[in-house]
Design a protein. Structure first.
Length: 1163
């Protein structure tokens, strides 16, 4: 093709793009728009890119017809001449002859023609193809078209182009070219078909053409474009763009075949980013094998930290939960309210709903308190649904008792005001009755002051805008409001078309959330690093360009012949030939080699076996190779051999061959070996490496520690002295609970005077039975020497924990790591078990109902100490057993209506509690209903109460807090709080109930306790409901754990003594509710009956005397010492994971360094 001959070199890339944009912008700003050039781009993608650039500069719409492609220009000329698609007529002609499809009758042949015409017309109307499959057999049409095309030897477009060329040669100018001053033609001649070249040569007769060749089309291989500018004014090209372009610098790095290219690229990226002074360096990897290993690039870049997943929006799920709080079937349920109480941004939005009257010095605290929501929702059993919001408001608006703790009073009012604000925020989705319940004046349940609120919101747009602010994550309200407005517009259209649609927000909310669920997948943040195919990278620009996949395996130009066709027939049908493939491949490779200023080619042939492709050899023989940059020479895995720089995936460390890449598993393996040699250093990834050096060894190290810890020592080695205490890691194999087989007679009752005190470690007695151990907790694991490992195994920073729960200390005893993660870090898994019929919930039901029943019968209030006077306890002389059973039964049914819900779990619990299936209750007063014969746990509980020894009930559900007493319970500046299920008073040894002349001072704990004169004698009882079948078979085992493994009873006992000076706790007991009700207790010798068992207490404290003459006093001091030591260790940051049976149901096992089941020995 011969156009003008004068040549100047213009860089292909941003400069040329800028010049073309200036030309378009100049003519767009011309009001007449006469004589505008027509720009022909080499591809549709280039056309779209140029148009977007100009539209951005113009900040408005432009004439898109001024930019097209060669084929697009030809199609526009076809439309100007009204040259129609000839295929329908060709089909008709062929079908009439009957030679295109053999074996079909005339009716089917004509049907094919008609359906094809219908198919084309429907496509022009933009009807999806999937909608046509029911009526058109596309398989027959496609087969027919292939047969026709093979017979006539040309496509329909070629037929149309013949007609177009004939008209153009005849001198007729199409309308498209009539008003074009010139055509700026940017194309790749070798990629342009012969017929298109002929078309361009013909239109030169009608309009001037100025051709710009794309790089790679020149015979000398230079990266540039040639601009034939004889008739192009100089001002059309900017001065900066007309120059000889600066050529890139080329560096070749050998790799270990194609498999080593990804690791080599990661090493290059690491060295480049660490040395680059650019705040935003751009790196492009062009891989000719991108289609084969694109996913592999993703995984490696993500694993090495150069890419990361960042969700575009996190607001959708949280927003849906907020709105469903008012619209779902379980609206305003306890579970939903508990989840909202953890939403910190929500509180800031709710505080804006209180109007005026706020003291700036004492601002109101408006937030949903988790503990208040949990307690109120459980006590009043607010399951959600219709009426739940009104139930919440009725409970929270009720005035509070003055005897509540100040913190509880403040938390209750915070929750009250927050719920009123939340209801107004969700106003568009409230029912009429709920909106009517809301008042603009709300009286605070604590301060009794009037707080003003605005009316509930009615506009969903306003509500959505505020709700988005209350959702954690990224995103603005604009996207969601736009989606909501679109849905409302759609519903208006449906109404106009006669489609019934409810316009209320509660109806369209479901469609709104369906759109939110269809959000795009998380996008990759690529740290300025992109991996592209050659077609995507051609003509781009970047700081560093890495070329990969240049082997003959991936960059080959060999064309396989189609099956059952020879080369000539394949070319006739339209398949590409070898010459065409090689030409386009060379053009694309030339473009890619010129797309960066610093180009690094990965040469897989350095391994001596992998050949480079023919196009690669053709291109690189014209390039000049430079010496690698200094940062490249210092990149991981780089080495020089015979003057050639290569990258190796492996490096020798002593006797080990380890990978050189910085992928996380590779660093971990390499640094693990280095740690054994005492060389742990990696300045680039130090924080990550120090935590990952010993991670694979955690399970093995724990297994080794458990195997080597002392257990079941011989008789003469039963004491574990302090120097061996750090070797203990678990008590899973140590018998802490005495049994009938424990023999203490063979164990020495003293230690040599020259030996330090130690821990009693159960040994083997001569008869082969294990003797019990004294509780060795808290554990102080022996450090391993690797700081990162020791930090995960318990050697952490100090923790300031001043307030402790008596019942919550059990989790710190079992596993400090689990307690730290769940109670300090709040790393709970889910709230799914809150609604289960679990043991703790059933225990709470019985606690409250049984306490209220006893308090009503004896005439006092729960939570408070009982005043003098009245009946001491429940006795048959004052109240009948059946009356108490009936009272307790009706109380349980009133408080827990879900027991009669029909649920299988509730029905099973109903039978367990009452010994009866759920019975019908008439819709009358409960006291008038006739109950069946009540049995089950309820009867056992009441009957066992009447059989207890002489006592006086002092308090039920007694709440205590040791913040103020002078005698600290677990150390200075620390307090213990909790609620004692039951406190009984026992008569003194003299038979009296009080000692009037006893001193009002706290009873001591040491040996002098035996000489104390108590004012009152106290018995502490704790109620436990057991659900597991094995524990129900042996309730004594659960009781033994309460006194020998747990510290709750001892803390309750000492808490009563320090908060009630002069009282002495002389016994503790447990009420174990399982298959039936069992009472257990241990007492001081002064109150212990001759036939009462002590469950091994005397043996345990006789063989290792603590200086107490009474085993109960020794037990109390020992359990309190264990509790104090556990608290001290927790505050020092010692939170080691402790293996045991509790691991099977640990809520944070997935985050525990030793939580994998295969890493732990069986217990």
């Amino acid at each position: 093709m011969a156009f003008d001959r004068s040549v100047e070199v213009v860089p292909w890339g941003p400069d040329l793009h800028e010049s073309l944009s200036n030309i378009l912008e100049q003519h767009e700003r011309n009001p007449d728009r006469i004589g505008a050039p027509l720009i022909v781009m080499p591809s549709d993608e280039g056309r779209r890119t140029l148009l977007k650039s100009v539209q951005k500069r113009m900040q408005g719409p432009i004439d898109t017809g001024r930019v097209t492609t060669v084929r697009g220009l030809a199609q526009r000329c076809l439309l100007d001449f009204e040259i129609q698609d000839p295929l329908p007529s060709i089909i008709a002609e062929e079908l009439v002859v009957g030679q295109s499809i053999i074996g079909l009758d005339d009716s089917i042949r004509w049907r094919i023609k008609d359906e094809y015409v219908l198919y084309q017309s429907l496509l022009k109307e933009s009807i999806p193809k999937a909608r046509l499959t029911d009526t058109i057999d596309f398989n027959i049409i496609s087969r027919s078209l292939r047969t026709i095309r093979q017979r006539i030897g040309r496509t329909t477009f070629e037929v149309q182009m013949e007609d177009l060329l004939e008209k153009l040669e005849g001198g007729t100018t199409p309308f498209t070219l009539l008003h074009a001053s010139e055509v700026l033609l940017i194309h790749i001649p070798s990629a342009t078909s012969g017929q298109m070249l002929k078309f361009l040569r013909v239109i030169e007769q009608h309009v001037p053409i100025h051709e710009i060749h794309a790089p790679g089309s020149l015979s000398d291989g230079r990266a540039g474009v040639r601009l034939w500018s004889e008739s192009v004014p100089a001002e059309k090209i900017t001065p900066d763009s007309t120059h000889v372009s600066e050529l890139p610098t080329y560096v070749r790095i050998g790799t270990e075949g194609s498999e080593g290219e990804i690791e080599a690229s990661l090493s290059i990226i690491q060295g480049y980013i660490s040395s680059s002074t650019d705040s935003l360096p751009s790196v492009t990897i062009v891989d000719w094998a991108y289609d084969h290993r694109g996913d592999l690039w993703d995984r490696h870049l993500l694993a090495s930290g150069y890419w990361e997943y960042q969700p575009e929006h996190k607001v959708g799920p949280s927003l849906r939960h907020l709105i469903e709080t008012a619209t779902s079937a379980d609206a305003w349920s306890r579970t939903r309210m508990r989840r909202l109480s953890r939403d910190v941004p929500l509180n800031s939005v709710l505080s804006t709903f209180i109007q005026g009257g706020e003291d700036p010095d004492h601002p109101l605290n408006v937030m949903l308190d988790l503990h208040e929501v949990s307690e109120l929702g459980g006590v009043h059993h607010i399951v959600g649904g219709s009426g739940a919001l009104i139930a919440w408001l009725d409970v929270l608006d009720a005035p509070l008792r003055a005897d509540l703790h100040p913190r509880r009073l403040e938390a209750r009012q915070c929750t009250q005001l927050a719920l009123h604000a939340l209801a107004r925020l969700l106003g568009p989705w409230l029912t009429p009755s709920e909106r009517q319940r809301l008042s603009q004046e709300v009286v605070g349940c604590h301060d009794q002051e009037i707080h003003l609120f605005p009316p509930p919101l009615s506009d969903p747009v306003e509500s959505i805008s505020l709700l988005v602010q209350a959702c954690p994550g990224q995103g603005t309200s604009t996207d969601f409001v736009d989606s909501m407005s679109s849905i409302q517009d759609l519903m208006n259209f449906e109404s106009i078309l006669g489609i019934d649609s409810d316009q209320s927000p509660s109806v369209w909310a479901e469609r709104f959330f369906r759109i939110l669920e269809e959000q795009p997948l998380p996008s990759r943040h690529r740290h300025c690093i992109q991996v592209l195919s050659p077609e995507q990278a051609a003509g781009s620009n970047c700081n560093l360009l890495i070329l990969a996949g240049l082997s003959s395996e991936y960059s080959s130009t060999i064309i396989r012949s189609p099956p059952l066709l020879d080369d000539k027939k394949a070319l006739d049908i339209g398949f590409r030939g070898p010459r065409d493939a090689l030409g386009s491949h060379l053009q694309m490779m030339d473009l890619c080699f010129a797309s960066g200023m610093e180009v690094i080619m990965l040469d897989p042939s350095a391994d001596g076996t992998t050949p480079l492709s023919l196009p690669t050899l053709n291109i690189i023989e014209h390039l000049t190779w430079e010496k690698p940059y200094e940062w490249l020479q210092n990149s991981p895995g780089m080495f020089v051999e015979d003057g050639e720089w290569n990258h190796s995936r492996w490096k020798t460390h002593g006797h080990h061959l380890l990978p050189t890449s910085d992928l996380h598993p590779h660093r971990r393996a390499r640094l693990g070996v280095m740690a054994r040699d005492g060389k742990v250093s990696d300045p680039l990834h130090r924080p990550l490496n120090k935590r990952s050096v010993s991670f694979p060894f955690d399970g093995q190290m724990l297994r080794n520690n458990l195997a080597n810890q002392p257990r079941n020592a011989e008789v003469d080695e039963i004491f574990l002295f302090p120097e061996r205490h750090p070797s203990l890691w678990s008590i899973s194999k140590m018998p802490l609970i005495p049994s009938s087989k424990n023999v203490g007679l063979h164990m020495p009752e003293y230690r040599p005077a020259n030996q330090p005190p130690g821990i009693l470690l159960g040994g083997l007695s001569p008869n082969g039975n294990n003797n019990p151990s004294r509780d060795p907790r808290p554990f102080h694991p022996l450090p391993s020497g690797i700081a990162s490992h020791d930090a995960r195994m318990g050697e952490g920073p100090t923790i300031k924990l001043d307030r402790w729960s008596a019942s919550g200390l059990r989790s710190w005893l079992e596993c400090p790591r689990r307690a730290w993660m769940t109670r300090v870090l709040q790393a709970q898994s889910t709230d799914a078990q809150d609604d289960d019929v679990a043991s703790y919930r059933v225990g709470n039901i019985l606690h409250r109902a049984w306490a209220e029943t006893i308090a009503d019968k004896l005439g006092f209030m729960i939570h408070k100490e009982r005043p003098d006077g009245g009946q001491n306890r429940l006795e048959s002389s004052h109240c009948g057993i059946d009356d108490v059973i009936e009272d307790l039964t009706l109380r349980l049914l009133r408080q827990e209506a879900w027991l009669r819900s029909g649920d299988a779990g509730a029905a099973a619990l109903h039978r367990h509690l009452f010994g009866q299936d759920p019975w019908p209750i008439p819709n009358t007063d409960d006291h008038e209903s006739v109950l069946p014969k009540i049995g089950g746990v309820v009867r056992h509980l009441v009957e066992s109460e009447f059989d207890l020894d002489l006592h006086r009930i002092l308090s039920l559900e007694h709440q205590f807090d040791t913040s103020h007493p002078e005698s600290p319970l677990v150390g200075p500046e620390r307090s213990v709080h909790g609620a004692i299920d039951r406190v009984d008073q026992l008569p003194l040894s003299s038979g009296e109930w009080f000692t009037s002349d006893a001193p009002l001072s706290v009873i001591p704990l040491g040996p002098e306790r035996a000489e104390s004169n108590p004012r009152r004698c106290i018995m502490i009882r704790d109620i436990k409901f057991i659900q597991r079948s094995d524990e129900r078979k042996d309730p004594k085992k659960r009781w033994s754990k309460m006194i020998f493994e747990e510290v709750q009873l001892a803390l309750y006992a000492r808490a009563w003594e320090v908060t009630n000076p002069g009282d002495m706790v002389v016994g503790v007991g447990g009420v174990i509710i399982g298959a039936q009700v069992d009472h257990f207790n241990i007492k001081r010798q002064s109150h212990k009956g001759p036939d009462e068992p002590d469950y091994g207490l005397s043996m345990m404290h006789g063989i290792t005397s603590s200086g107490h003459s009474d085993p109960f006093d020794g037990w109390l001091q020992e359990r309190l010492s264990v509790a104090k030591n556990v608290i001290d260790a927790a505050n020092k940051g010692r939170v080691p994971p402790t293996e045991g049976p509790h691991c099977s149901h640990c809520p944070v096992i997935s985050a525990c360094p030793v939580g994998h089941r295969e890493d732990l020995p069986r217990t």
